[in-house]
Design a protein around this ligand. Structure first.
Ligand SMILES: Nc1ncnc2c1ncn2[C@@H]1O[C@H](COP(=O)(O)OP(=O)(O)OP(=O)(O)O)[C@@H](O)[C@H]1O
Length: 601
């Protein structure tokens, strides 16, 4: 029979064996049921869940501690520094486990067979460790499995044919897996398999030599020892590539030197972050081309940039054309460049594509955008219009976008965003959007997402790209894939995004900031608000937060409050969503409460 005092002593042995930042446990209490991270059965007779994510627990899981919690149904030790082999001892004793999360640790070696005896398992998360060896077909024993996360490890060999009807969240990306994806997994999203040497649906089909030669054969277990490249071959390839790139660069330089003034088909750089060769300037070449060619009727005033606000320094279109440009990316409305003007000033130029607006209408629209003036918006500095070329000029924000910060390279040089910064970014963005909404019920941003939240050096947010959504030609680039994750369910026409739909997108953004998960996961239909709701419903709330946020102790309750705001904003029915100004007020209250936010610079 369950005995809470023996569970209590098991927890205490665990606690003394790990010198971790464990939460406060009131040791004078006779039962552990009120201890932080501990959940008991309703009658208080046994510990059924232990959740200690992000508590700096390192080394091996101490034997004969957690394994004595034999009624445990949920165990999360994710985002710690646990190492050594996966705890086989634990798996053989915790037979009631339905959720096991050991994600983001340093476990190594293979998966012990005892794991496959945990037949009650529903959620299994072993991602982001150093696990290796094959993925065993014995996963088929875990017939109730709904989540299987094995990504970011070193698993190798073929993918077994898994026949688990309930499996909805599945990811084996970024391993060393090879061969053909079994038919049973063909319906899973592409991203689940990325970063391996796999072929077959949903990825590209296997080339002829990779498919079985006799029809009906099982998928080949591709053995490719002969395909391995020797160190010398790799060195050769690297040297050739470097030489190749060098030659191409030289060639471009020569062409540009000769071609000054001469017409080139296009001066636009094509690759991301590619620097164009000075003076032929990326934006320049194309714009100049159009001016001379199609835009011949333009004269006088029409050639000028129209400036807004108090600009200390006005530059001319010529200055812009002379500047060297760097492609920042291709967005919904065209290509975005960073242009370095003389005197060390940098601006961002958006070359609009697919905008077929009459001149009057376009200029009126620009005036409307140019009038928006708020500390949390990226102001439109200037614009240029002629029939074939429309340019928008903004300030350049050197810290880049929130999206890049959240999902960009998680290398060591990167400063993780702490709770205070994230909450302040959410607040500033809410205030910026709320300011836009205050200009009338028909005014909405239309394209709220993390790549449109730019940051200053002090990590203050500036919302960009506002009011542009309505300019996209119907059916043009505002394609579903890029914005889908943020788009409210009722939106059918991306040109008509209501304020309540903005609130929905903002809610997704808040959930993105808290979970660290990108809502734009591609064609796999991952729905961030739905996922957060399902995890919260399972009373598993602390599991949703980004591992980086879990370092910050004592703010979990505040994080849950912000999470609730994000959940409220993403209600399916627009009328149930709060207004943007309500959201801004709530987040401001939360910031004042959580870290003495004063609202002053
Ligand atoms: N003013 C700016 N300062 C610094 N980086 C910027 C600025 N404006 C845009 N960027 C960055 O340039 C890249 C391309 O931006 P762009 O707006 O063209 O595309 P997007 O934001 O990905 O999509 P969309 O067009 O739908 O908004 C993005 O990474 C964005 O964060």
């Amino acid at each position: 029979a369950p005995d809470i005092s023996s569970d209590r002593s098991a927890l205490l042995s665990f606690r003394s064996a790990v010198r971790a930042r464990l939460p406060f446990w009131n040791l004078s209490s006779p039962t552990p049921c009120s201890w932080n991270g501990v959940t008991c059965s309703p009658d208080g007779s046994a510990v059924i869940a232990l959740r200690l994510p992000g508590k700096s627990i390192s080394g091996r899981i101490p034997p004969n501690t957690i394994s004595r919690l034999t009624n445990l149904q949920a165990l999360s030790l994710r985002a710690n520094q646990l190492s050594g082999p996966l705890p086989a001892e634990l798996f053989s004793s915790l037979t009631s486990l339905h959720t096991l999360s050991l994600q983001n640790n340093l476990f190594s070696g293979g998966i012990p067979d005892s794991l496959f005896s945990l037949t009650a398992l529903i959620n299994l998360e072993l991602a982001s460790n150093n696990l290796s060896g094959p993925i065993s077909p014995s996963f088929n024993n875990l017939t109730r499995l709904r989540t299987l996360y094995l990504q970011n490890n070193h698993f190798s060999g073929p993918v077994p044919d898994l026949n688990l009807p309930g499996l909805s969240l599945f990811n084996i990306s970024n391993n060393n897996l090879t061969g053909q994806i079994p038919k049973g997994l063909a319906g899973k999203p592409k991203n689940s398999f990325a970063g391996n040497s796999l072929c077959g649906a949903p990825l590209d089909s296997c080339s002829v030599d990779e498919t079985p030669s006799v029809p009906g054969n099982p998928p080949p277990d591709r053995k490719k020892p002969d395909k391995k490249l020797s160190g010398w071959a790799i060195t050769g390839i690297v040297i050739c590539s470097v030489l190749g790139v060098f030659l191409i660069v030289m060639l471009i330089c020569c062409l540009c030197g000769k071609g000054k003034g001469a017409k080139k088909k296009t001066g636009l750089p094509t690759t991301r972050r590619e620097k164009t060769v000075a003076t032929t300037g990326g934006v320049a070449a194309a714009a100049r081309e159009r001016q001379k060619g199609g835009g011949g009727e333009d004269g006088g005033k029409k050639k000028r940039l129209v400036f807004f606000g108090k600009t200390k320094w006005e530059f001319t279109l010529e200055d812009l054309l002379k500047a060297s440009a760097e492609v920042l990316g291709r967005g919904t409305f065209g290509t975005t460049y960073k242009a370095a003007l003389d005197a060390g000033l940098a601006v961002v130029v958006k070359r609009l594509r697919d905008v077929n607006m009459a001149e009057m209408e376009f200029r009126a629209k620009m005036d409307e955008i140019g009038r928006m003036d708020h500390q949390n918006l990226v102001p439109l500095k200037a614009y240029y219009y002629n029939r074939d070329e429309k340019l928008l000029v903004y300030d350049y924000l050197p810290m880049g976008s929130l999206s890049a910060l959240l999902h960009g390279n998680k290398g060591e040089r990167r400063t993780p965003l702490n709770w205070e910064t994230r909450a302040s970014i959410a607040l500033g963005a809410a205030q910026g959007i709320s300011y836009l909404h205050s200009h009338g019920p028909s005014i909405s941003h239309g394209n709220i997402k993390s790549s449109n939240i730019l940051l200053t050096k002090k990590y203050e947010p500036r919302v960009s790209d506002f009011l542009l959504a309505r300019m996209a030609r119907p059916g043009s680039a505002l394609g579903p894939s890029r914005v889908e994750g943020y788009r409210a369910p009722e939106v059918t026409d991306p040109q008509r995004v209501s304020q309540k739909a903005d609130v929905y997108s903002f809610g997704v953004l808040v959930l993105e900031m808290l979970t660290g998960k990108s809502p734009v996961v591609g064609e796999d239909g991952f729905d961030l608000p739905l996922w957060v709701r399902s995890v919260v419903k399972d009373a598993w709330t602390s599991e949703v937060f980004d591992a980086e946020l879990l370092r910050y102790q004592n703010v979990e309750e505040d994080m849950v409050r912000l999470l609730q705001i994000g959940v409220d904003c993403t209600e399916s029915y627009p009328d149930k969503r709060p207004s943007m100004s309500e959201v801004a007020t709530k987040i401001e209250e939360l910031c004042r409460w959580s870290f003495d936010y004063t609202g002053e610079e």
